[in-house]
Design a protein around this ligand. Sequence first.
Ligand code: ADP
Ligand code: MG
Length: 245
Amino acid sequence: MAGPALIELVGLVRTYHVGGTEVKALGGINLTITEGEFVAIMGSSGSGKSTLMNTLGCLDRPDGGTYRLAGTEVAGLDRDALADLRNHTLGFVFQSFNLLSRTSARENVELPLLYAGVGSAERDQRARKALERVGLADRMDHHPNQLSGGQQQRVAIARALVNTPRMILADEPTGNLDTATSIEIMALFQALGREGMTIVLVTHEPDIAVYATRVLTMRDGLIVADRLQEPQQAVASTPPPVAAT
Ligand code: ADP
Ligand code: MG
């Protein structure tokens, strides 16, 4: 899988200053991720996984090294250009779903489009398509509290997909889900991966990392292992139908 590099980190450093001492959350990371890879990032608590993800997501600025996202040097962009690159390149999925509770699934998925100034008819159409893609065609008007945890996470994935990103960044997306539901979510990520989506996912569970094509292990702000693997196929008990976009 030698597609173009979507992520290129060279010597990336992120230092936190806490009460007079320095913590190197990232101690000089070199990493290339190419289009279509499904990468799991593992490592114990405090090893730097979230700092790395925040950097990849352009939510945090490194204090050393370079980050090229989709061929563009992130440090050289002004705020608008950075927001633009993020919106067109990245979709985010979180452990806690981060859905608005008083709003339907469809309206939650429309939100990024609303921020982007997309008109209401197109918003509606694109949100419906994204929800169909994650197997929730029949739940569009449900509110989060009427959905199971797995369904809520699928709404969040639809929201991440609605801007047609090239890559999904997911920090512990199965951390709040039971095993069967976690496998369902991994089956969905694998289906998206087969369509060419690049996925970077943080997990501390080896049982989840088996579904990725590549596993990175972090320790003390460094990548200490990086291996390709034949992924196990996630078989969901109720497979969400993933249709092409
Ligand atoms: P992980 O996600 O693997 O648990 P983090 O990236 O959250 O690790 O943290 C890496 C290191 O950076 C830890 O030592 C943590 O205490 C430190 N750290 C993370 N965020 C901050 C912050 N905002 N201020 C100070 N130190 C931080
Ligand atoms: Mg973390």
